[in-house]
Design a protein around this ligand. Structure first.
Ligand SMILES: C[S@@+](CC[C@H](N)C(=O)[O-])C[C@H]1O[C@@H](n2cnc3c(N)ncnc32)[C@H](O)[C@@H]1O
Length: 210
């Protein structure tokens, strides 16, 4: 009985904290703080959100030019670099230098010494430093909910994508900025994208547009 009450209190506290965090982030939108970089790029995260599965659902293939917007500390970036292979490139873009620094440190470790196809870019999703129609696939994981003006960002993404290019957005319910599939479908279609495929569950999904 005592154990049950204790568990109910713990779950109640967790749920209340999560709801509180969602409300605060809706009221005051801001990029995820850089100190969570270690949590984002952790083994536990990889168990919850397998990079291989996210990459496969996103449609990343060998030789692609991939732009990862909001790469953070690079939890997915090195996996994407391996998936595109030596003929492809990954442009890892983030608005926060502190996040890019964590990715740079990760890339300088011996286990990543063979990865040479990642370019780090400090910029905003509103202002992508790429030519029109130059990117095969834009990859975003738990980012879009943090960007206050989604319409503006989607317009800019559309500009840089090649004809037939892919926009792959992955969301997880554990993110306090999580957006529903139906919300993203509406936003994407409003920006002129065609829905290609939605894979995964309510808790964790990838939506792909072209
Ligand atoms: C929750 S983190 C996710 C990082 C990474 N995608 C992952 O899944 O581990 C969101 C990232 O998006 C970045 N971000 C937020 N707003 C952005 C914007 N307007 N343009 C580019 N990056 C942005 C943040 O700096 C942060 O690194």
């Amino acid at each position: 009985m005592i154990l049950e009450i204790f568990l109910i209190i713990i779950v109640g506290l967790f749920v209340s904290y999560f709801i509180f965090l969602r409300i605060i982030r809706k009221l005051i939108p801001s990029p995820a703080p850089a100190f969570i970089g270690k949590i984002l790029d952790s083994n536990l995260r990889r168990k919850i959100q397998s990079p291989e599965k996210v990459i496969q659902r996103s449609g990343i293939k060998k030789g692609m030019q991939v732009l990862e917007i909001g790469c953070g500390s690079g939890a997915f970036t090195t996996f994407v670099a391996q998936a595109v292979g030596p003929k492809g490139n990954v442009y890892a873009l983030d608005i926060q230098q502190e996040m890019l620094q964590q990715l740079e440190n990760k890339l300088s470790s011996p286990e990543n010494k063979d990865i040479t196809n990642i370019k780090l870019i400090e910029s905003s999703a509103y202002d992508l430093p790429f030519d029109d129609k130059s990117i095969d696939l834009v990859f975003m994981v738990t980012v879009i909910g943090e960007i206050p003006d989604n319409d503006k960002a989607l317009k800019e993404i559309k500009r840089v994508l090649k004809p037939g290019g892919i926009l792959a957005i992955t969301e997880t319910f554990l993110d306090p900025d999580y957006l529903l599939k139906s919300t993203l479908k509406k936003k994407g279609e409003k920006a002129g994208f065609n829905l290609d495929k939605i894979s995964g569950s309510f808790w964790h999904y990838t939506i792909r547009f072209n």
